[in-house]
Design a protein around this ligand. Structure first.
Ligand code: SF4
Length: 402
């Protein structure tokens, strides 16, 4: 295997003037202080529920144990964006009322007085329109049909999700940036209640539009970039402009000090340590804070295609996730998020356990990749849909018992 320093140096040399962004990884002295304040905050939340110093300490220990069970270790890297600090894509920034609510939910689960009508986050596909034709598109069968959700419907759905106490809303599509004005209206109304993220290919993420999102209270972007090589990415996405659009979306979001994750569908060709390391160097140079690794799934355009990763490749992704997050050699690299790391052992956190997926018809599905329908958010009561969904569970990993 080629030495990692050589790979990193080669990638640094590739950096053109386009890549200029400051790293957002917390420095060590600030990091210790942030971790301490966060721990104190969690302890206080537990204490207000138990009223006992000793019991609070026990619950605190259990909570940390749970995190380690799921993610391997306690978070060692934090990133800053705006006025907040983040350790995880699916946990709101610190300090914030959304993060406190998330901790309360987790503590309630441990103390077994959780509210069955709560969800932690939701994915919401707000449009069937998209100018791209990506190889792996999981919404392929619904793209370009008649748009069903008006702004009024979107608002109604978000209100319902607010009633379920969600702390994060991840807007997808189609290409959600085609409805940038509607996103702005929703964020203006609801971003004090929940964090807003926009999952985009970068299309229509112009500097002006990203600024509109920022001003409306959107927390961050999750930008899809499927290869560090421009031509490979563009051919995967079916557009000669897609790579530049995506890179510019990251650039603008960082310029406005927004949270940025770069999300990648790890193809078989990318599933080696050296290739993933090349990719991580590329994302680090872009200045994004997180890398989300997604596996190709047999859904949408990939249904019935031979694209799934082998067990060895999934092991390799787990190893990459762990080393990038916890080995000191990679302390300046973006934080890696990989759900496959825990899913086999712990089960799935979607399927109504902590999240759901609302599609472009308003149907409530298990997750973006498992399209089993449990009801419709616009016409049925979500408080009835979610318990039903929890019974169905995730067909691939089972529902989490945690
Ligand atoms: S994956 Fe997303 S960006 Fe690509 S065609 Fe599908 S909806 Fe459009």
């Amino acid at each position: 295997m080629e030495a990692l320093e050589n790979i990193e140096a080669r990638n640094e040399n590739k950096i053109s003037d386009n890549f200029f962004l400051k790293p957002s990884i917390e420095r060590s002295y600030k990091l210790k202080w942030t971790k301490f304040k966060n721990a104190l905050n969690i302890y206080k939340i537990i204490y207000t529920k138990t009223g006992s110093v000793w019991q609070s300490f026990q619950v605190f220990k259990k909570l940390l144990g749970l995190h380690k069970k799921v993610w391997g270790k306690l978070p060692e890297k934090w990133v800053s964006a705006g006025k907040k600090k983040y350790f995880m894509l699916y946990a709101p920034g610190f300090p914030s009322n959304q993060l406190n609510r998330m901790y309360e939910m987790e503590v309630n689960k441990l103390l077994q007085f959780n509210n069955p009508h709560e969800l932690r986050f939701a994915f919401f596909a707000i449009t069937k329109k998209c100018p791209l034709s990506c190889e792996h598109c999981f919404e392929w069968d619904k793209l370009h049909s008649k748009e069903l959700l008006s702004l009024k419907d979107l608002r109604f759905a978000v209100l319902k999700l607010k009633e379920m106490n969600i702390v994060q809303l991840h807007l997808s599509g189609g290409e959600p940036m085609l409805r940038v004005n509607d996103i702005v209206k929703l964020a203006e109304e609801f971003s004090n209640d929940m964090e807003f993220y926009v999952l985009t290919s970068g299309f229509n993420a112009t500097r002006g539009n990203v600024k509109l999102l920022k001003d409306a209270g959107v927390t961050g972007l999750v930008v899809s970039i499927d290869h560090y090589d421009k031509n490979i990415h563009n051919s995967f996405r079916g557009s000669s402009k897609s790579f530049d659009d995506a890179v510019n979306a990251v650039r603008y979001a960082r310029e406005f000090d927004m949270f940025v994750t770069v999300s990648v569908c790890v193809s078989r060709a990318l599933a080696s340590f050296n290739e993933l390391y090349n990719y991580a160097c590329f994302v680090k140079n872009l200045g994004a804070s997180f890398i989300q690794l997604l596996e190709p799934k047999n859904v949408g355009r990939y249904a019935n295609k031979n694209v799934k990763l082998s067990d060895e490749q999934i092991e390799l992704l787990c190893d990459f996730y762990y080393r990038m997050n916890f080995e000191s050699a990679f302390s300046k690299f973006p934080i890696v998020v990989y759900h496959g790391y825990y899913q086999k052992q712990i089960g799935c956190f979607s399927a109504g356990n902590r999240s759901v997926y609302i599609d472009t018809n308003g149907d409530v599905l298990l997750c973006p990749f498992c399209h089993h329908k449990s009801g419709n958010l616009l016409t049925e009561n979500i408080e009835n849909i979610v318990p039903m969904m929890r019974q169905t569970g995730c067909p691939s990993y089972g529902i989490s018992k945690i």
